[in-house]
Design a protein around this ligand. Structure first.
Ligand code: NAP
Ligand code: GDP
Length: 334
């Protein structure tokens, strides 16, 4: 019998890491995830993988560590000898990156080098995926594709630009299969609660249940290209199965404002968002990314990848899940 493929996922407790782990387990991979020690439970998104009878959870192994710790990254890559590494760990919140710019530079930027260096010294045939982002395009006008110049507008975007280039450099310098997925915003019921889509859908659920009467928000005019996270983790996997290493944009190509997402989410619950949403300047950013609309034709042509779920359906999926959660549904259902 052929040896099972081994994958190492950093950021396995996050939105994308949890879908990635689930999809790889379902494909028969042995999955190793990096987890941070925390004083409170931080495995809500992956706990169900150990208990779901349809998922081979016995093949999921968790290891304590932090991507800022180069020695630990070297040790884990040496011990695990993965075939594929998905580097999804990051301080991933744009607004927070203005409060913690140096930590963001370390966790979201320089840490990528810790993993690339480990791979370079252990085994250059290990395939490496870097979670790059549309935030690197920032102020460059849409539609944005793989040739669009970078113009980051936050410490987060700037840190991700470093990670993008060091990944590309290791590919060219050491002939490594190291690729960047330049992913536009992707959301799901597992999205962090302080990102705008989830903040909205959770508020709708709480308003429906009578737990909340107001929703405080920042700039409602920016335009985003929101897709559905499980489709994007499938795209990441496809990038690592390709014949040649290359960088790809993943996006839906659709454009919706925050107001549009409010409308979609509140209307799904029979509510008018104008009755609940209030402005709080603390949610504004010192510099904003006004318009992100991606062109994913390269991924369609070369990987056969295409986004299917668009914001009208996405908002319904997320509102329904948040209402179901308040009704006591188990986390693993989403
Ligand atoms: P997320 O939900 O915020 O998850 C981030 C993960 O990184 C969590 O597991 C977190 O662990 C872990 N992490 C943070 N700092 C770490 C550190 N120093 N050492 C080890 N682990 C650390 O993010 P996501 O939405 O899944 O996104 C996954 C990746 O794609 C991120 O790199 C993000 O920047 C990037 N990205 C996301 C989007 C999007 O729209 N979602 C778009 C483009 C790119 P804890 O659970 O312990 O906090
Ligand atoms: P980002 O695109 O990675 O920054 O993802 P976010 O979901 O954090 O923000 C998307 C957009 O929503 C940005 O233009 C924010 O300025 C805007 N926004 C407006 N109000 C809020 C809010 O209360 N929270 C967040 N996170 N974003 C908000």
């Amino acid at each position: 019998m052929a040896e099972a493929k081994r994958a190492f996922i950093t950021g396995v407790t996050g939105q994308d890491g949890s879908y990635m782990a689930q999809q790889l387990l379902e494909k028969g991979y042995e999955v190793h995830g990096l987890v941070r020690r925390s004083s409170s439970f931080n495995r809500g998104r992956i706990d169900h993988l150990h208990h779901d009878e349809h998922i081979p959870g016995q093949n999921l192994h968790l290891h304590y560590g932090d991507v800022t710790d180069a020695a630990r990254m070297h040790q884990l890559v040496t011990e695990l000898r993965p075939h594929e590494v998905y580097n999804l760990a990051a301080q991933s919140h744009v607004r927070v990156s203005f409060d913690e710019p140096l930590y963001t530079a370390e966790a979201t930027g320089v840490s990528t080098l810790n993993i690339l260096e480990a791979i370079r010294s252990v085994d250059t045939s290990i395939r490496f995926y870097q979670a790059s982002t549309s935030e690197m395009f920032g102020a460059s006008p849409p539609p944005q594709n793989e040739d669009t110049p970078f113009y980051p507008r936050s410490p987060y975007g700037a840190a991700k630009v470093y990670s993008y280039w060091i990944t590309k450099n290791y590919r060219e310098a050491y002939d490594m299969f190291a690729v960047n997925g330049q992913l536009f915003n992707h959301e799901s019921p597992r999205r962090g609660e302080t990102f705008v889509t989830r903040k909205i859908t959770l508020a709708v659920a709480n308003i429906v249940k009578g737990n909340q009467t107001e929703l405080w928000m920042g700039n409602l005019d920016s335009i985003r290209d929101w897709g559905y996270a499980p489709e994007y983790t499938d795209g990441m996997w496809r990038m690592l199965q390709a014949d040649e290493p290359d960088d790809f944009v993943l996006a839906t190509g659709s454009a919706y404002t925050i107001k549009d997402f409010l409308e979609l989410s509140f209307a799904h619950a029979g509510l008018d968002w104008h009755d609940y949403v209030k402005f709080d300047p603390k949610f504004l950013r010192p510099t904003e990314v006004d318009e992100l609309i991606g062109d994913a034709s390269k991924a369609k042509n070369k990987l056969g990848w295409e986004a299917k779920v668009l914001p009208p359906e996405l908002a319904k999926i997320m509102v329904d899940a948040d209402i179901a959660r308040l009704d006591g549904a188990k986390e693993g259902q989403f």
